[in-house]
Design a protein around this ligand. Structure first.
Ligand code: SAM
Length: 417
């Protein structure tokens, strides 16, 4: 069966839960007008102005996913290796302006930075949101990474938290944290007449009582959420990936179920994963192809609409479609990258279907590719399923492939099935 490239950049997955959108593009150049004043929480984890070129370490083939020993390093993003601070701050300023435009009047903004730019970022946010809208400078402290002997080890990030207006929504009761025993240990311990134990302290003539069985809530120093360890099963291989628990805390206190959350530098899609799992709608944007592939994979079970360009490379695909009773069987037989691209995979000795990282089968209908089945390589599914079943509905059968180099291509049979 002959297959040819199909011209359709929009991909839709229907699944239970609120719908999200993933866009590959420059957040500062996209037309996001339709989202103005619609977003309840904007989180941005931009490049930190490290001067580094970050790479995405993507495992290849079943053995790569099982052992971690076969992988390729793909460009992820350049963190201002040549441009000066002014150009970086110009980018940050525009991002903050955009975030503010997107927010509803009761919305929250979280900007994740570190020691390199936190002082500049604070001033920029003050000038764009207004000093009176400052809520917190959250210190997220962790223990991962190396240690320094030249100065104290830098073991925290800063997350600046601003409100759009005084009508700000915030519900700390949605983010109880484990008891801070170290904070209450020095307080006097009592038991009340109902047998409940509590601690108390009297200062300035006022007595404060903390029941041991009442939830406690985080303050602005978060040391209870660890960064991901090397072997953390959440790890996608995308650099600078943040833990889902961090995003859960941010989203749960600043949004309600069904609200819209936006991440304008979504990287591997952590915010979107958290939003989907917590019943929030989401908008994720990232300029990079590696980021798109990583996020797309993590969202393979979510209700999402994806917008990303296809690669123009001369790829080759062989597949078969067999109509059954009420469904089509779609069999992926072969996938070939052009020779010069294959050279990049020499070290990993990968060819053919091993170069497929994820594939989706569905139907093209009304200018959209609607996905009904997928197979993505990840830790718990290292093997690629080569046969997928899709419902026998109206539309043209189609296959979307994302390969290990991040090439995205949509295919349809040259003659109708
Ligand atoms: C620190 S990473 C985000 C990591 C993410 N929080 C995660 O958990 O994976 C920063 C991201 O910003 C993206 N980026 C940089 N400039 C951008 C722009 N103008 N528009 C959209 N994304 C951009 C980079 O491609 C990179 O993926």
């Amino acid at each position: 069966m002959m297959w040819q490239r199909a011209d359709c950049d929009t991909e839709r997955v229907d699944a239970p839960g609120p719908r999200g959108r993933l866009i590959m593009g420059d957040a500062l150049s996209l037309d996001l007008n339709e989202y103005y004043e619609k977003v309840q929480c904007v989180y941005i984890d931009p490049p930190f102005f490290t001067g580094d070129r970050f790479t995405y370490r993507l495992r290849i083939g079943e053995s790569g996913w099982l052992t971690g020993k076969r992988f390729i390093e793909l460009p992820a993003f350049d963190d201002y290796p040549q441009s000066g601070r002014e150009s970086y701050l110009g980018f940050l300023r525009e991002m903050i302006h955009l975030a503010r435009k997107l927010l509803t009047p009761s919305g929250s903004f979280f900007l994740h930075v570190d020691w390199r730019t936190s002082a500049h970022a604070r001033l920029l946010c003050d000038s764009i949101f207004g000093e009176e809208q400052f809520r917190n400078e959250i210190v997220w402290s962790y223990q991962t990474g190396g240690r320094s002997v030249r100065h104290f080890s830098r073991k925290h990030d800063i997350i600046l938290f601003y409100a759009k207006s005084k009508d700000h929504f915030f519900d700390i009761t949605k983010v109880p944290s484990s008891k801070k025993t170290e904070r209450t240990n020095h307080l006097k311990r009592h038991v009340d007449e109902k047998g409940r134990s509590y601690r108390s302290i009297t200062t300035g003539g006022k007595t404060y009582i903390y029941y041991d069985d009442e939830p406690s809530y985080p303050d602005d120093v978060w040391s209870d959420l660890s960064h991901m360890q090397q072997k953390d099963p959440q790890r996608t291989g995308y650099p600078t990936q943040k833990p889902v628990a961090l995003m859960d805390r941010i989203l749960l206190c600043s949004t309600r179920p069904g609200d819209l959350v936006a991440d304008l530098c979504c990287g591997s899609g952590t915010t979107l994963v958290s939003a989907a799992a917590n019943g929030r709608r989401f908008l994720g944007v990232d300029i990079g192809r590696s980021a798109f592939s990583a996020s797309r994979k993590r969202l393979s079970g979510a209700a999402v609409t994806c917008l990303a360009p296809q690669t123009g490379l001369p790829l080759m695909l062989d597949a078969a479609v067999e109509p059954g009773i009420g469904y089509y069987d779609v069999q992926l037989n072969a996938y070939t990258l052009p020779g010069d691209m294959m050279k990049r995979l020499d070290a990993a000795c990968a060819a053919g279907l091993e170069t497929v990282d994820q594939w989706y089968a569905g139907l093209i209908n009304g200018g959209e590719f609607v996905v009904y089945a997928s197979s993505v390589r990840q830790r718990h599914t290292p093997r690629l399923e080569t046969r997928l079943q899709i419902p026998l509905l109206r539309g043209t059968v189609a296959i979307m492939v994302i390969d290990v180099l991040g090439n995205r291509s949509l295919w349809a049979p040259a003659r109708s099935v």
